[in-house]
Ligand binder design. Structure first.
Ligand code: SF4
Ligand code: SF4
Length: 102
């Protein structure tokens, strides 16, 4: 009888915002509708458009750095609402920061 060795495959955690270090909150977010984002989090880009203000390390100024959650969730921009968890864009962002997401 041939013995087939058992190989333990690594268990990949399911993609979830709760096990992610808010990877997508480093992307530029344009404000294309008024969702009530507080003025202190709004910046103007080189073309005069409104964008979410980002800090020197690129993360959105509205990100709560203790919890890595959006501090203005109810007023978050449309683009943030439409960014789908597990989408190709989401997976790409997570891959780009695979050394830090939880
Ligand atoms: S949408 Fe994707 S990249 Fe953004 S916080 Fe959730 S899991 Fe992370
Ligand atoms: S507004 Fe909130 S969800 Fe959108 S990028 Fe900033 S912290 Fe992330």
């Amino acid at each position: 009888m041939i013995e087939i060795p058992l190989v333990q495959l690594p268990v990949e955690p399911a993609v979830s915002c709760s096990n992610c270090a808010a990877c997508c909150c480093q992307l530029e977010v344009m404000l294309i509708t008024d969702t009530g984002v507080p003025q202190r989090f709004i910046d103007t880009d080189d073309w005069g458009g409104e964008v979410m203000r980002r800090l020197d390390d690129n993360w959105c100024a509205a990100l709560d750095r203790d919890t890595m959650r959006c501090s203005i969730y109810e007023q978050r921009p449309l683009i943030c609402r439409e960014f789908e968890m597990s989408s190709a864009e989401c997976l790409e962002e997570r891959r780009g920061m695979s050394d830090i997401y939880r």
